[in-house]
Design a protein around this ligand. Structure first.
Ligand SMILES: *Cc1c(COP(=O)(O)O)cnc(C)c1O
Length: 251
């Protein structure tokens, strides 16, 4: 077992340290391993280290990978129980694949998308677990719901029985993460929004916030799920054109 297992151990230790220094138990923060653009073999290595939850951005790539992993699971070649989270933009023509293959959709930002996911969720599967993506810093180029519109969307999703609303997801502005400007403000604003929804009677247990660069601060600000790619799997291969990161975040 090579680099990936070392990296996972290191990220878990980092989460543990961040929790400890903020008086939180490490069981409160789930690690989502972001495996986009990484081969199924890398995911398998992470599974062998006990990791089960994986995040993917590009739907077709994810479907191929999930199919491969599930086949390995069925054949007993890989421990079972992998869980798949869609963390990329969900175009209307991709909702069926998301509803059929994923366990979670974290990037729901329109009722139309929620309705389609609900209608297309296969009857033999449990409800799709959903987070509303919030555009917390108001960046014009970004996907996500404006904070003022989140409560209405949350209530609408609660009326869709094939979906289970779990919480909020936010992607901090990468520029600001790098320069470390106001990232704390983005985290705090997201936590306040989360708390205001709970106060309004919306049952939520998930705040998906924090990536490799801002993990520690996000845990300090109340995150319950951090999404880590590079720090686990290493640098992603350079993508071409429309699928490159972070361009895909703004589509
Ligand atoms: C790619 C991605 C991540 C992981 O980013 P890293 O910097 O590689 O840790 C987390 N969240 C989302 C939404 C992503 O697209």
């Amino acid at each position: 077992m090579g680099k990936i297992s070392e990296n996972i151990a290191q990220v878990r230790a980092q989460i543990g340290a961040a929790c400890a220094s903020h008086g939180r138990s490490s069981g409160e923060v789930m690690l989502l391993a972001v495996s986009k653009m990484m081969p199924a073999a890398a995911v398998r290595e992470a599974i062998l280290c006990g990791q089960r939850a994986f995040g993917e951005n590009y739907i077709q790539e994810a479907v191929d990978k999930i199919t491969q992993i599930r086949a390995w699971e069925a054949a007993g070649e890989t421990p079972s129980g992998s869980q798949w989270h869609c963390i990329g933009p969900i175009q209307s023509n991709k909702t069926r694949l998301v509803a059929e293959y994923f366990d979670w959709a974290q990037t729901v930002d329109r009722l139309k998308t929620a309705q389609r996911l609900h209608d297309q969720r296969p009857a033999h599967l449990p409800p799709l677990q959903v987070c509303i993506q919030v555009n917390i810093d108001g960046a014009v180029s970004k996907s996500g719901v404006a904070p003022a519109d989140v409560l209405a969307l949350a209530r609408a999703i609660q009326n869709l029985p094939r979906l289970q609303l779990r919480g909020l997801m936010t992607i901090p502005d990468p520029e600001k993460t790098i320069k470390n400007i106001a990232i704390q403000d983005q985290h705090t604003a997201t936590l306040r929004l989360f708390q205001s929804l709970v106060k309004a009677g919306v049952a939520l247990d998930t705040l998906s916030m924090g990536m490799s660069a801002d993990l520690t601060q996000a845990v300090g600000a109340g995150s319950t799920m951090v999404r880590v790619g590079t720090a686990i799997f290493g640098a992603r291969p350079a993508a071409s054109g429309a699928t490159s990161f972070p361009d895909a975040l703004s589509s």
